[in-house]
Each structure stands twice: as structure tokens, then as C-alpha cells.
Unconditional design. Structure first.
Length: 399
């Protein structure tokens, strides 16, 4: 049996240790992490500031004048960079070995971005791309202490969501006058943001509830199979009514519907078959419902500037004493509910700025404050079945 000397064993051990160290060094040098680090390109980011000219900001970068010119030339084919806004930004990727740019990406506000790439044969191409987004769901609830706006804003609910909440119940609740201390609200809403920029893209109320001492109002967003969307109560009736509660934001009702009122100018007892809404001159006046303008009359001495709108089912509305008319309001124009058709004034026989509003049904004037507001849509069939399933999920989410 061959016996190795002590010196031989020592040299063998040293050789093995050295070989192992060399092997480990080679493995680490060529590991995926190391290779990835070596291949990682350099990124240069420039944010557009107030007063910046897009093309001139390229002078701050490592790009040559020729490269900057080539990029802006191609970029202008897919987006007008002269409309860049403060906060927009772009990123330039450079090859870490050659130092040459390989990719230029411009990120304006919104979901789109614009990418300019350079191929290995130096061909430059620009194209429009879509960014990834994330939708998050938020649930909030609270008790009214001073106003709906105050309590919602204190919980960092976005301003447009607060306004949407008020608009949803606009046909049921007057939040300016009807909101009381102790009322409660619950809201479920979605916020959609762009991942790359974290900018808000859209927000939408999914479900809402407002509870007073005597009544609970609920609203659920739903889209029907034919594409109609809106907010519905638990029975599937649209919260949006055929007519608004009032054609304007008014200070007070200065004169109610009456068959025997002492006229303030003529000093005789005369019927006042309308409602006078007192409001400052210039207050916007909206059409209470969808319809067609059938009269725009500025020569009527009594009513002054007058707009008359014909609606479906035999309804007709009158808007008198206007200071001026809304944009493009003329005979034959189709208008939408809430569209501004004029502004409060004191033209005609008037003692002060107000809107004289009247409504007819089949040619007969009646008291608008007594109208029974029919919903614009009632869900039926498969839509109602699907809606019932969805609101159960909403109710569970808000409870």
C-alpha cells in the first residue's frame, strides 16, 4: 500500500482549494445576475417644466444634435409635441457598451405613450402604445356634521367622486338645503390609475347610500345589455327622472303657482301659472329634460327673453325673463337634460332678477312642484335578473 508523504498531501490540499476558488470566481462572473447587471442600459429621464419647449429640452441630454433631430421628426408623426404640458416626461435608453441611444419614450398625461426606437441598421421608427393600468376599489362611510362635502373631503375622497355622489341623488335629495346633521353616507368607488405615471385616469361611483332620519336612498351603477348605463335603486328603477327638480340653483321661490295673485307691477289680481325662482342675474338656467326648442322670443313684452322647449309625452316648458340665451340655442335645436339654455335676468315685466318657469301637459299649465317624477328607465328581463345579483354583492361590500 502506497503511503503519501505529508508534503504531498499539503500541496494537494492547496491545489484543490485554489481550483475551487477559481471555479467560484468564474461562476460568479458569468452568473445571470452579473450578466443582467452588465447588460442593463443607462436611462436618462427629463421632466417637462413650465415654459419648456420640448425640442429644446433635448439639449439637456446626452443625445447628439442629429439624434435629437431624428427623434423629434419621427415623434411628430404620431403626436404633436408642441402641446406638451408641465409634468409630462420622457426617458432615453442608452446601450451601456456603445453609449448609443436605443429607445426614446414620451409619457404625456393619459393612457397613451409614444415610443421611438432605433434598429441595428440605425432605422428610426415611432409608434403609439398603451400603458398598463390598475383599478382599485375604495369604501368609505361617515356621519354628516356640517356638510356632505366637508365629511367626504376629510376622508380624502376625490372631489369628482363627491360631486358624482351629489349628482347621483340630485333627483331625490337637495344637498344644499336637505342635508342634515346626523345623516349618514356610504360609498363604494373605483379609481383607475396608470401604472407608469401613477396619474389618475378615471374614477367611478359603483354604489352609494345616503340615510336620513326617515329614509334611506340607495344607488347602484349598472350597464344594460344594449349599452345604456346609469344608477338604479334596489328595484331596478333609474334614479334619473324625466325632469330635474328645478331648472337652476335658486336662492328662493319668490312666487308660487297660483290662480289668483296680486301682480307686483299691474297691481291687479291675476293668475300666475308658473313658479318664480329668485336668483342673481347671470345664473345658468338648464332645460329640465330632453327636448326640442320650439320658440326663442325676444320681443315678448311680458316674458322678455323667452325659451320654450317641447318634450316627449305632451310636455312643454317655458323659461322667461332671461338676460341672454345659451350657446347655439335657437328654434329647432335639440337639447339635453341639464343643458344650459339661458341665464337669469329681469327682461320683460319683471321687478327683479328671477326665472319665471312654467310647464304644460297637453296644452294645460300645471304646478311643477306637484309633478310625479317618472324614472327614465326601468330594468326588465335578463337585465333585471343580472342587476339583482350584482346589487347583492354591492350590499355585502358596503355592509
Amino acid at each position: 500500500m502506497k503511503i503519501f508523504s505529508k508534503k504531498t498531501l499539503i500541496f494537494s490540499a492547496i491545489f484543490i482549494i485554489c481550483l475551487a476558488a477559481i471555479t467560484i470566481f468564474i461562476i460568479k462572473k458569468n452568473s445571470p445576475a452579473k450578466l443582467s447587471e452588465e447588460k442593463k442600459p443607462e436611462i436618462e429621464k427629463v421632466t417637462i417644466q413650465d415654459g419648456d419647449v420640448f425640442a429644446l429640452t433635448l439639449n439637456k441630454t446626452k443625445l447628439s444634435r442629429q439624434d435629437a433631430s431624428n427623434i423629434t421628426k419621427e415623434l411628430n408623426k404620431v403626436v404633436d409635441i408642441s402641446y406638451c404640458m408641465p409634468g409630462d416626461f420622457y426617458e432615453i435608453l442608452y446601450d451601456n457598451k456603445t453609449g448609443e441611444w436605443t429607445n426614446f419614450s414620451y409619457y404625456p398625461s393619459g393612457i397613451s405613450y409614444y415610443c421611438v426606437t432605433k434598429s441595428s441598421d440605425n432605422k428610426v421608427i415611432a409608434e403609439k402604445k398603451i400603458l398598463e393600468t390598475t383599478t382599485t376599489e375604495h369604501k368609505e362611510q361617515g356621519v354628516i356634521a356640517s356638510s356632505l362635502w366637508a365629511i367626504m373631503a376629510s376622508q380624502d375622497i376625490p372631489a369628482n367622486i363627491i360631486l358624482s355622489f351629489a349628482d347621483i341623488f340630485a333627483w331625490q335629495i337637495d344637498f344644499l338645503a336637505g342635508s342634515k346633521q346626523g345623516d349618514t353616507f356610504s360609498i363604494l368607488y373605483e379609481v383607475k390609475r396608470v401604472n407608469k405615471t401613477n396619474k389618475l385616469l378615471a374614477s367611478n361611483v359603483v354604489a352609494a347610500q345616503y340615510k336620513t332620519a326617515s329614509k334611506t336612498y340607495k344607488a347602484f351603477y349598472f350597464k344594460t345589455k344594449n349599452g345604456t348605463s346609469g344608477y338604479f335603486d334596489e328595484t331596478g328603477k333609474s334614479l334619473k327622472s324625466a325632469f330635474l327638480k328645478a331648472p337652476l340653483q335658486f336662492r328662493r321661490i319668490s312666487s308660487h303657482f297660483s290662480t289668483g295673485r296680486l301682480h307686483p307691477i299691474y297691481k291687479t289680481v291675476m293668475p300666475h301659472l308658473g313658479i318664480d325662482y329668485a336668483a342673481p342675474t347671470g345664473t345658468p338656467v338648464s332645460s329640465v329634460g330632453d327636448g326640442i326648442v320650439v320658440k326663442v322670443n325676444s320681443s315678448n313684452k311680458g316674458f322678455g327673453n323667452l325659451v320654450v322647449i317641447k318634450h316627449s309625452n305632451g310636455y312643454e316648458t317655458y323659461y322667461a325673463h332671461l338676460s341672454r340665451y345659451g350657446k347655439d340655442i335657437k328654434k329647432g335645436v335639440r337639447v339635453k337634460q341639464e343643458q344650459v339654455i339661458g341665464y337669469v335676468g329681469t327682461t320683460g315685466s319683471s321687478t327683479g332678477p328671477h326665472l319665471d318657469f312654467r310647464i304644460k301637459l297637453n296644452g294645460k299649465l300645471f304646478n311643477y312642484l306637484t309633478i310625479k317624477q317618472p324614472p327614465t328607465t326601468i330594468l326588465k328581463g335578463e337585465d333585471k335578473k343580472e342587476f339583482k345579483t350584482k346589487i347583492q354583492n354591492f350590499n355585502n361590500a358596503m355592509s
